[in-house]
Each structure stands twice: as structure tokens, then as C-alpha cells.
Design a protein around this ligand. Structure first.
Ligand SMILES: [Zn+2]
Length: 96
């Protein structure tokens, strides 16, 4: 039960891959846990988050730009294998 009305502006975030702004709901939140980039689709994990389109191309860009250490304000490198698998799964489901 939520009595909240949708009068507020839709929250926007910047994709750390392509650097384009998008609605928060269109981006995948990522947090760093013990040196790994962990996808957080429900947006509930604590800590500093980075946002990326759930697309392999944006993930590649983010890795190449070392966007994750910058977003997490921590020394990298961060493992992205689990994240890549998650993004590829989302991308496959999104393609008809
Ligand atoms: Zn993107």
C-alpha cells in the first residue's frame, strides 16, 4: 500500500558507459562488493552505486573508461564477469 502520488520528477541517472542520462528505472544499478561489480536490479544493496544501461556495449565502454573505480571512488580493478553475465542475460531477454 503506497499513498505516494507521482508528482515528483522522474529520477534520472547517467550511464557510466555511454554517459547518457536516462530514467533510473531504465538503468541497472551496480555496487562494488569485495572488488567485484555486483548488479543490483532491485536497488536495495547498500553503498555507492553506479548506473549503466543493461547492454553489453555500455558495459564495455564503462570498463574501457575505468568508470567503475571512479564511480565507486575506490581503487580498481573491479571484476565484471558476474556483471557481464547479468547484462547479457538482460540483453537476451530484451531482444525479441
Ligand atoms: Zn549507456
Amino acid at each position: 500500500m503506497s499513498g505516494r502520488t507521482h508528482t515528483r520528477v522522474r529520477p534520472e541517472r547517467t550511464c557510466v558507459g555511454c554517459r547518457e542520462r536516462a530514467a533510473k528505472s531504465e538503468l541497472l544499478r551496480i555496487v562494488a562488493i569485495e572488488g567485484d561489480c555486483v548488479p543490483d536490479p532491485s536497488g536495495t544493496l547498500p553503498g555507492r552505486g553506479a548506473y549503466v544501461h543493461p547492454a553489453p556495449v555500455c558495459l564495455d565502454l564503462a570498463v574501457r573508461r575505468r568508470a567503475f573505480p571512479r564511480a565507486f571512488r575506490a581503487q580498481g580493478p573491479f571484476g565484471t564477469e558476474a556483471l557481464r553475465r547479468a547484462v547479457e542475460t538482460v540483453a537476451e531477454q530484451a531482444t525479441p
